[in-house]
Write a protein that binds this ligand. Structure first.
Ligand code: FE2
Length: 141
């Protein structure tokens, strides 16, 4: 297990969402440090809460902009968001019950959860933000 390092390949080509994904990565890394250093369960719980709150903000931002660009798979994307959030909330509930034992599980789960979210689902909307993409392509060329 290690900290997540942001990679260029994680970029969805939309600056705003790359920035938000980077914040999610930071929040998950904060959790990793708490788990690694065997911090208090309450500290971990606070970190998870921060992550849940920010995730809600991020998903709402994405849904709003996807609607603006008439993303054809918006409904499906919303369902995926709801499902992802639900999974985190379930973990949060488990943490309240099981505490210590599920720390590593939680971190691994969140790490995969985030990376899959960005790489599998968010990449699909990339091409619907063509104007932003051109700017990014020019910079990274
Ligand atoms: Fe996202």
């Amino acid at each position: 297990m290690a900290l997540i390092k942001w990679r260029d390949s994680y970029s969805v080509g939309v600056d705003k969402f790359d920035q938000e994904h980077m914040v999610l990565v930071e929040l998950i890394n904060e959790m990793f440090i708490i788990v690694r250093d065997k911090g208090e369960v309450s500290t971990l719980a606070d970190a998870v809460e921060k992550l849940v709150d920010y995730t809600r903000v991020h998903f709402a931002d994405e849904e709003e902009d996807l609607e603006k660009v008439n993303y054809p798979h918006l409904e499906e994307h919303k369902e995926i968001h709801a499902d992802l959030l639900e999974q985190v909330l379930r973990f949060q509930a488990r943490m309240d019950k099981e505490g210590e034992e599920m720390r590593t599980d939680l971190y691994k789960f969140l790490r995969d959860w985030l990376i899959n979210h960005i790489l599998d689902e968010d990449m699909k909307y990339s091409e619907y933000f063509k104007e932003d993409l051109e700017g990014v392509a020019a910079v990274s060329a």
